[in-house]
Ligand binder design. Sequence first.
Ligand code: SAH
Ligand code: SF4
Ligand code: F3S
Length: 447
Amino acid sequence: MLKRMGKKYFIKTFGCQMNVYDSGRMARMLDEMGLKETTVQRDADVVVFNTCHIREKAAEKVFSDLGRAYLIKQERLAEGKDTVIGVTGCVVQAEDAEILKRAPYVDFALGPLRYFRLKEVVEEIFNKRDAKLLDTEFSAVSKFDKLPENKAEGGCSYLAIQEGCNNFCTYCVVPYTRGVEMSRPVEDILREARRLAETGSVELNLLGQNVNSYHGEDANGKERNLAYLLYKVAEIDGIKRIRYTTSYPADVDDDLIRCHKELDKLMPYLHLPIQSGSDSVLKRMNRRHTRDDYLRVVDKLKEANPAIGMSSDFIVGFPGESDDDFKQTLEVVNRVKYIQAFSFKYSRRPGTPAAVMEGQIEEKVKKERLQVLQDLLFSYQTKFNKDSVGKIMPVLFETKGRHKGQLAGRSPYMQNVHTAADMSLLNKIVDVRITDASTNSLSGEVA
Ligand code: SAH
Ligand code: SF4
Ligand code: F3S
């Protein structure tokens, strides 16, 4: 233990909420070792980059960050301090042994299904400085069984209930980096949910790459769906708000739609990516839904809860996307009137079927389409935010605000809300009267 006294760790997270969740679990492992978290990379004895491979930019950023970490390591060495550099997450899985060639100063690299070994690996490196480790096994065993208990870090927690994806959309690396779909057993999830509630969470966001295809076993070995799990989580007293993400349109069943009618704790907001509004593009993307299938699901959700706000992901410039295909995406936006959305230029990912498809779109066209799409999306988002002015909304305060004396939190619709509020309201759900709105945030006063 002595050797580790006063040692600090720094974790930088790229990518999706699953990575944020994984980073939290890794932090708890390093806490258990007696290390302290720091937000200043230079002060850290152990630096971990939890990486994302989804688009080229995200993946390349990792290598520039790693190069910078190596420079900092050398500067620290001159001061007599050593630094352990580790990489985890989807880039490790995708690059495999290449990662140690491209960044030979990396001490360990663990794939997203293998980070449960973090403690053991760091321990080994502390004891034997020249130890180097790469583990990208695609194991069938669940990493969740091997992790120390989870603990809330604030009022709002992520909880992974499902991992991996069997959909193989032709543009996407996730099935290759996270493996096939795996659902955690119901009881394990409920245990973690109760523990998160006991340690201070009032909101849970159930996570999965394809969360609504959840099919975990209950205590009697019976397979249960996401709707069943939502009802069970809603029974936990301390949990006041529930969300789930990310859903696959073809797997939204009637049980799940009923949850949006019956469960008050389920927030009236759903992220349901369509990717494109053109059936021929969807087909080449290998999505198992058409534009009309998607719109039917949205209509049913709105019928179940008229207050629901929709969000989506979009890809522009997928191979072969014509002006007319793109226009159909804009039509879907005008029909659904998303209150929030994420949109990306198609990025060619090595090893995926779309990377070698004919009709790759030139950068200039992708850029123009993205601009047009985002202008339209932002107009609906801004309108929704402006319409919130004058309303009273329950806000879960999650962090300190931009200015002194302010707290920032989220409305039921995931809008960012900044409010002058006392620190004692942190991690609490408080009624806020919305006084002002812009595209990306709201401000208000405690009602
Ligand atoms: N499992 C989720 C999210 C997957 S990744 C889902 O199926 O919706 C998050 C988003 O990144 C995707 O929804 C998609 O819009 C985008 N994305 C994935 N691969 C991409 C690529 N090669 N180029 C551009 N965007 C991509
Ligand atoms: Fe990727 Fe498609 Fe799976 Fe989402 S559903 S993770 S986009 S393969
Ligand atoms: Fe990125 Fe892996 Fe998530 S590629 S988006 S971190 S599943």
